[in-house]
Design a binder for this molecule. Structure first.
Ligand code: ATP
Ligand code: MG
Length: 710
């Protein structure tokens, strides 16, 4: 009995009602931090501790693998000794994979079936497209991949899709879909979307198996239900038997994956499909301070399409929510990193959240400079991203023709019609002559061993590289990068490759130019700036892998932050066009952006900083940025502006010497001699970055510092 009281004691009365509810379907609709996930975990422990069912009778679905393992851990803690063997906790993908491994025969798969990840799926599609003699420009693997996955996520096979005689594009797509499915079936391959669809179909078509699972899973619990898609919903439906009990947990205000097929309507469907569902609302928030919660509530109240709820907390009002107006994105990152450096607790209690993955770079650099360990959750570090590596490979090859890795990466990017056979023969030539692939081209062309069809694209590639190399020689680094992107036609290539992903890639490419520009300012005296830049990029990409499980500041996009909580949260880039993102503004999808902002704010427990910058390098150029409308939607009295200006006004009589310029030699009473390498702001807000001869560099506020020109 001890276990049982422990399970209920740490809950409020309504949470307790949910956890100890008699069997039946339950929908818990509640705002952020109200204990939804906690209630779900305690419910499982309760069922087991009261022996209403065995672990074997329970299925729990989470949104991420991390959430699944945390859930399993918490349940074990609560149960202290009671067995949880047979309990299924996992993501939809994880659970379906497990199912198919057990029931490969019923699912008509070979028992050795393998999972095709997204990359492999694309490669497979590419081979099929080539084999069908389709023009790769019109039929890109990515586009076909989207088509197939999209339909699978809706539960649709080729034969389910209605097509009119004149719809030739659709007809062709369906035939590729068909061929692809046959190929996968023959070779025992299962892609991510197929895991779910195949599981669903197997259960749907096999009465005995379905009965077994419907009888087995007497309790089906789903977290983050607002972001389930069609096939996931169908799967749940198929598993619910006459004695099964649904325990569904969600928050319509946190639905942020509609762009990936999630259907917020699934919440309403629960009530229609299971009319006896009991609805429970949790309204007390246990995560955040009163002020943070008030900010979140006020913001989300601007959304019209809501099921409606309110959240309150018995906790303290806490600190105000801070708003920092930065001069630039660099200043924003510096501010955030400085605040983080002051933190007394563990690094892992801190999160830096942003709208687009490109924003991580400046934060990464600011943290690296201060030696603060960080980790990017659910994404790659900036310099590890494919499009960044593509451009850097060009830059490498242009400056070192014998870099074979760079050569291999870009020889056919974008497509140049250089076939695998030609490449293989180039590699053989290189081995034979012990030379680089670049030199192998010259050998191959000179020996005239190639067919004209193979030789022509090679010749034009080598001419292209030579010409580009001459063109960019002597130009500043960022200009070289810009030329590479333009001349190689990379933007068009990514657009073709994957229109959905192209904006994100474009943002990263723009960010790379900005990074180069900043690098030039910082290391303008470096004799070989290109090599220095490439070295830094390689180091930054490779760094931190070993820190993966250590105590780190967490950097992530808002989408990746769902369900998590942190003591201190920074929300960066609250600017019109960035957050809300321009695409969403254009598509009239503002409410989802606002929900995303709500998710971000409600991650914070104790302290929240909102940041925006007056100036941001975006889309390849620096331009004025305007505060996000979301800031305006928060009542002023809840916000305290962090203004360096206020500090200045005390000292406003200080005379500012505005004649300091980049490159000036200066002397500081404490730090000694140095050179001005960066400059920002004007008048009393002017800041200078000085590289001192002792090897350090510092940002100095001109109004405060005693700097002498030499
Ligand atoms: P989200 O919508 O962000 O996923 P949630 O509704 O799932 O949030 P939880 O993560 O379960 O909320 O809970 C938020 C925090 O509040 C957690 O730290 C949790 O342990 C704590 N909490 C929840 N209920 C209580 C309670 N009754 N007493 C004390 N702490 C609680
Ligand atoms: Mg949760």
């Amino acid at each position: 009995m001890e276990d049982i009281s422990q399970i209920l004691d740490s809950l409020n009365p309504i949470q307790r009602e949910a956890v100890a509810a008699p069997t039946g379907h339950l929908l818990i609709l509640a705002g952020a931090g109200s204990g939804k996930t906690r209630v779900l975990v305690h419910r499982i422990a309760w069922i087991l501790a009261t022996q209403q069912a065995q672990a074997y009778n329970i299925l729990a679905v989470t949104f991420t693998n991390k959430a699944a393992s945390e859930m399993q851990k918490r349940i074990n803690q609560l149960l202290d000794g009671i067995s949880t063997t047979g309990l299924w906790v996992g993501t939809f993908h994880g659970i379906c994979h497990r199912f198919l491994r057990m029931h490969w025969q019923e699912a008509k798969l070979p028992n050795t079936f393998q999972i095709l990840d997204s990359d492999d799926q694309q490669r497979t599609l590419k081979r099929i497209l080539i084999a069908q003699g389709l023009d790769e420009k019109t039929w890109t693997p990515k586009q076909v991949q989207h088509f197939i996955n999209n339909h699978k996520e809706q539960g649709l096979r080729p034969q389910h899709i209605h097509v009119e005689a004149h719809e030739t594009w659709l007809k062709r797509m369906l035939s590729i879909y068909q061929t692809y499915d046959e190929h996968c079936q023959r070779n025992g391959l299962v892609d991510f979307a197929e895991l779910l669809l195949r599981t669903y179909e197997t259960l749907r078509d096999n009465d005995a198996l379905r009965n077994t699972y419907q009888t087995r899973f007497r309790h089906i619990l789903v977290d983050e239900f607002q972001d389930t898609n069609t096939i996931q919903y169908k799967l749940i439906q198929t598993l619910v038997g006459k004695d099964s009990h649904l325990f569904i947990v969600g928050d319509d205000d946190q639905s942020i994956y509609s762009w990936r097929g999630a259907k917020i309507e699934n919440i309403q469907r629960i009530n229609q499909d299971y009319p006896n569902t009991h609805l429970i609302r949790l309204e007390q928030n246990y995560r955040s301070t009163g002020t943070i919660l008030a900010v979140a509530n006020q913001l989300i109240a601007n959304n019209k399409k809501r099921l409606g709820k309110n959240l309150w907390t018995a906790g303290e009002k806490g600190d105000p929510v801070y708003l920092y107006t930065a001069y630039s994105d660099l200043d924003e990152a510096r501010f955030v990193a400085d605040k983080i450096a002051e933190w007394q607790g563990k690094w892992q209690e801190i999160a830096v959240l942003y709208r687009t993955s490109a924003q991580s770079r400046v934060f990464e650099e600011a943290l690296l400079q201060r030696n603060i360990p960080y980790r990017i959750i659910g994404g790659l570090r900036f310099y590890e991203r494919a499009e960044i590596k593509d451009v850097l490979a060009y830059l490498r090859l242009l400056h070192h023709r014998h870099n074979d890795t760079a050569f291999e990466r870009i020889i056919n990017l974008p497509k140049r019609g250089i076939g695998d056979k030609t490449l293989e023969s180039l590699r053989a030539t290189a081995r034979q002559h012990q030379c680089s692939l670049w030199d192998a081209i010259q050998h191959a062309l000179a020996s005239q061993q190639l067919t004209k069809r193979a030789a022509t694209p090679l010749l034009s590639f080598s001419t292209f590289i030579e010409e580009l190399s001459q063109k960019i020689a002597g130009q500043p680094l960022h200009e070289q990068i810009k030329q590479i992107i333009q001349q190689a036609g990379l933007v068009a290539h990514y657009q073709k490759d994957d229109p959905v992903d192209a904006t994100r890639r474009q943002e990263n490419l723009d960010e790379l130019q900005t990074a180069a520009e900043q690098f030039e300012k910082l290391y303008y005296s470096e004799p070989d700036i290109i090599s220095a830049f490439l070295a830094q990029a390689a180091l930054e990409a490779g760094e931190g892998q070993s820190q993966a499980f250590e105590d780190c500041v967490q950097l992530m996009t808002l989408h990746a932050a769902k369900g998590l909580e942190f003591t201190l949260v920074f929300l960066g880039g609250l600017e019109e066009g960035l957050f809300p993102h321009q695409n969403s503004i254009d598509e009239g999808n503002l409410e989802e952006e606002r929900r995303l902002c709500y998710v971000g704010i409600t991650r914070a427990r104790q302290t929240l900083y909102l940041c925006h910058s007056e100036n941001r390098a975006q889309y390849g150029q620096r331009s004025n940025a305007y505060p996000s409308r979301f800031i305006a939607e928060i009542p002023r009295e809840l916000i305290q502006e962090v203004r360096l200006k206020t500090a200045f006004s005390v000292k406003s009589s200080v005379a500012i010497d505005a004649s300091f310029q980049l490159g000036d030699n200066v002397r500081h009473p404490t730090y000694g001699d140095g050179v001005i390498i960066e400059q920002e702001g004007q008048g009393e807000l002017m800041r200078l970055r000085v590289a001192f001869s002792n090897g350090t560099s510092k940002w100095l506020l001109l109004a405060y510092t005693r700097l002498e020109k030499m």
